[in-house]
Design a protein around this ligand. Structure first.
Ligand code: 3HC
Length: 313
């Protein structure tokens, strides 16, 4: 085994892409299953906060854009479940783990969407943060995951742009609309920074994931990149990021920012966020209500397979 692990690490160090049929350490397989599953669950659960506003969108144009975005997220989830299946786990197992509370999804989706401005803030900040993370993952060492990311990133840029446009429209609107945008920024800023995971020093997986090139940047590196990119965007909007310690550091050429509330983060990850129970119940109900569609699709596929077999004989 030792020799195989050495050869595997040499392949990773040469920048080679690992494919499903290649030999890989069980731990490499399992951490990819864990991360890809968490990513897929995040996409599917992430449909819920925004889905809440499809019938409330302020215009047909906004409704169409939001519908397209939420449908995209469903597709992203399916690409990622397919990528996870190449590692030998079934979609049913993945879904069971989510429904049993044994699998994680991004904590950000456990916050409520209280106004239309939240839809703008999610597109701008949450999809903006997801893009920073996902562009990095287009170079992850596991082939099916990296390739899923290429397609997903193309669609995410539309998501981020439509969100930012919503914020721009509100900030150039009435005083009440601008205040709504400011209120959304106040509530979504810090949970968006938490999307990149705990600080590197507290991260269980980052060191090994960097060695295996599952991650190409650490949690803190991506978080810093996101802050540096987003602060000027808030300045264009004319709204204030809720962090009194946010300040440009001429020496490091980065923004210094305040301490993230990691107690809040771990509370939400552990299931004690504002919407955790609601999100999981919604997913279980949707899965149960959709059982007949899955059964019909399987019955149809079996009928087709029988017909093809009969014709081949
Ligand atoms: N929410 C929930 N759990 C989180 C988390 C978060 N934001 N950040 C970290 N965690 C969990 C990890 O899953 C891990 O728990 P586990 O061992 O039980 O899985 C623990 O906290 C320790 O964190 P680590 O930093 O050691 O974990 P990772 O190495 O997995 O790094 C990550 C965390 C950077 C989120 C990484 O898992 C990752 O890149 N995941 C895929 C990308 C992703 O999930 N993006 C966000 C959601 S997709 C999205 O936003 C959709 C968009 O269209 C809106």
């Amino acid at each position: 085994m030792k020799e195989q692990e050495t050869t595997f690490q040499e392949r990773i160090d040469r920048g080679e892409i690992i494919e499903p049929r290649d030999w890989m350490p069980e731990k490499y397989r399992n951490t990819n299953i864990r991360q890809i599953a968490q990513h897929a669950h995040s996409e599917i659960v992430g449909m819920l906060p925004e889905g809440n506003w499809i019938t409330r969108a302020p215009s047909l144009r906004r409704k169409v854009a939001l519908l397209a975005k939420v449908q995209d997220e469903a597709g992203h989830g399916l690409y990622l479940y397919s990528a996870a299946e190449t590692l030998g786990i079934s979609r049913d197992e993945l879904v069971e783990q989510l429904h049993a509370g044994k699998a994680k999804y991004s904590s950000i989706f456990n916050y409520p969407t209280l106004s239309w401005a939240d839809i703008g803030a999610i597109g701008w900040l949450v999809d903006g943060a997801a893009i920073v993370n996902q562009v990095m993952l287009t170079r992850t060492s596991y082939g099916p995951y990296a390739r899923a990311m290429v397609r997903i990133c193309k669609e995410e840029s539309f998501h981020q742009r439509q969100g930012y446009e919503i914020m721009l429209t509100l900030c150039r609107g009435t005083e009440v609309q601008k205040q709504m945008a400011q209120d959304a920024l106040n509530r979504w800023w810090w949970p968006s920074l938490m999307m990149f995971g705990p600080p590197d020093a507290q991260s269980t997986h980052t060191e090994q994931s960097m060695k295996w090139r599952i991650k190409r940047k650490t949690n803190d590196e991506l978080r810093q990149y996101f802050v540096d990119m987003t602060v000027p965007q808030a300045e264009v909007l004319g709204i204030t990021i809720p962090d009194l310690e946010l300040k440009w550091n001429e020496e490091t050429k980065h923004y210094d920012f305040g301490e993230i509330d990691w107690d809040e983060f771990w509370q939400v990850v552990k299931g004690n966020g504002p919407c955790n129970k609601q999100r999981l119940n919604a997913r279980v109900t949707a899965w149960e209500n959709g059982a007949w569609v899955r059964e019909a699709a399987v019955a149809h596929a079996e009928k087709l397979a029988k017909k093809e077999l009969a014709e081949a004989v």
